[in-house]
Design a protein around this ligand. Structure first.
Ligand SMILES: Cc1cc2nc3c(=O)[nH]c(=O)nc-3n(C[C@H](O)[C@H](O)[C@H](O)COP(=O)(O)O)c2cc1C
Length: 166
């Protein structure tokens, strides 16, 4: 029987959904049986052997739907293999400080769940496009041009390496 995997995600502007889709596709290609469901719509996780949960960092916080997922499924998650990812850094080319900052923000958020023992925690580059943001964000952020630090190949490669780590 193929390993049964849930890829679950939260997103505000869509890039984490895209990353989750790349991960799901890559795991299917590796022969795993994968479902992909937004975090706020997941009712039951008992049937999965591996859970991959991803969400963006927004304003120093990990998306609330992901944190709610952890709270809601706490008991079952303690007996499952869990992998976590976050989208955050948006500057190109690569700025190390930004990536370390994103990881520190995520660690701070995950520390709120001391029972959590993920097999792996991963940061990916994200996308920033103010034209998708709401009125207040546009007013707050001014004229920041769109950036794209998403590396789809890196996401795919990471996902296809997971099977070996299980
Ligand atoms: C309003 C706003 C605030 C953000 N704040 C952070 C942050 O605090 N830390 C970080 O690493 N990335 C931050 N980012 C970058 C996002 O994580 C990145 O744009 C990500 O791709 C968004 O994911 P989504 O498209 O799934 O919503 C921010 C982006 C936006 C638009």
């Amino acid at each position: 029987m193929a390993t049964s995997v849930l890829v679950s995600y939260a997103t505000k502007y869509g890039s984490t959904k895209e990353a989750a889709e790349v991960i799901a596709e890559s795991l299917r290609d590796a022969g795993l049986q994968v479902e992909i469901i937004p975090a706020h719509l997941v009712n039951k996780i008992e049937q999965y052997e591996l859970i991959i949960l991803g969400a963006p960092l927004i304003m120093f916080r990990w998306h609330n739907d992901a944190k709610r997922f952890l709270k809601r499924h706490k008991r079952t998650l303690q007996n499952k293999t869990l992998i976590i990812f976050a989208l955050g850094p948006i500057t190109t080319p690569y700025v190390e400080k930004e990536w370390l900052g994103a990881r520190a923000q995520l660690d701070k958020e995950l520390n709120k769940f001391p029972w959590l023992k993920p097999l792996e925690i991963k940061i990916f580059g994200g996308r920033f496009d103010l034209s998708k943001a709401g009125f207040f964000m546009k007013k707050f952020a001014g004229n920041i041009p769109p950036t794209d630090a998403m590396d789809i190949e890196a996401i795919r490669d990471w996902a296809s390496s997971l099977k070996e780590k299980l």
